[in-house]
Design a protein around this ligand. Sequence first.
Ligand code: ASP
Ligand code: MG
Length: 469
Amino acid sequence: MKTIVMKFGGTSVATGESIRRIAKIVADSIEKEYRVVVVVSALAGITNQLAEEANQAKKKGEKQIQEFTRKLIAEHVATSRKAIENKNTQKQVEQVIKKTVNALEKVLIGICYVGEITPKSKDYVMSFGERLSAPIVWGALQDLKLRTQCFTGKEAGIVTDENFGEAAPLMNVTAHQVKGRLKPLLERNVVPVVTGYIAATQDGVVTTLGRGGSDYTATILSVALAADEVWIWTDVDGIMTTDPKIVPSAKMLPQLSYGEAVEMAIFGAKAMHPSALEPVIEARIPVRIRNVFNPKNHGTLIEDGEEAKSKEVVKAVAMIKDVAMINIRGAAMVGAPGSYSKVFDVLGKNKINIMMVSTAVSEANISLIIRRNLLGRTLSTLEIALLGRGLVNEISSEDDVCVIAAMGANMKGTFGVASRIFTAMAQKKINIRMIAQGSSELNISFVIKEKDGIAAVQAIHKEFKLDQI
Ligand code: ASP
Ligand code: MG
């Protein structure tokens, strides 16, 4: 009997109707004789609301906080009434919702009195979205006469380090505990429903695995239970060759290697966070991206060593908008050890994330790509730290650019790929401002004016015949 860990994202549990849809998907899988573990995200938008409330609580009064918690109860109760038919189950779930939100209200009021929020208390607040959605899903499964039991990540046995906001699992103790707690249930055909995204430290303090962390919960559980597959249920058929809004003939990719999926995640396709893939890469557990609105479709399968089986060199192309390019020029950087590190150190200390870097062997220039909304802050940070100190002569920027990334594991060791990409750009008279190819050779990224972005994606999609994949 196969064991499948199924994760349902925020849009899959957005409404009562969608919760009934996923309950049906679980029931159908049980009928096909799968053992199923369900991992759920918070209802769509709730984690963002909690983050906002956590940040504002210190400035708010008790009344405003109660207004928020009242709305939170109302929304979840309304959803649960649509998701669950059986009146008794409904009542039970409503009680859990009220009790859970009461606990949240106490913390928020505490934050408001103390006038301070710590990473620890923020994680605790952020954990409530999943603590509220999981019981509703549990109720919908009860409705379909499935045997089921609800767990928080902590109750399921997931233990992490103390890096609040982005905690990492301690896999040995986690595997041991999860196996002990969930396996006996699976053997008795009980469906465990586990809150995604949240876990706890060894001392039982609640942690979160980082935004979008429900996928991570699913892959952690799959490794602990030696599951056969992880299914990430979402609202698209799978990972596409490109954004169908740019190229209407874009195709779904039936298969990807782990390495390719990591690349795709990095350049913003609707895929998984790279860290969520880490546990399954080591354990070689396949991951499938599937569509709750189209369960007949088998989705995109991400598995070990897939690149050997397919012949395409470029499999996908993406445009990353809302970025800006910064050029740092300084003759004194040439041959001066540590000069690059000064630039990166300043940005790192100011929590500015660098998305792409390119430097020429002349060493007199560094080009960086960052998120566009950070441009002002980045420029002032760099100017204060670097200008007039004998290292950097000039800092300039462009805010009307985009990154184009072409990806595919078979690019590795294949010659002529870059030439085909850049010839396609030349034919469209598109000027290239910056280029980067990591030595992993899994992707080629380059920067052009944003106004040329759509034409560039279309040209590459056509050059590599991605609509025939
Ligand atoms: N609810 C969390 C978030 O929105 C985790 C998740 O959805 O995967 O980040
Ligand atoms: Mg979410």
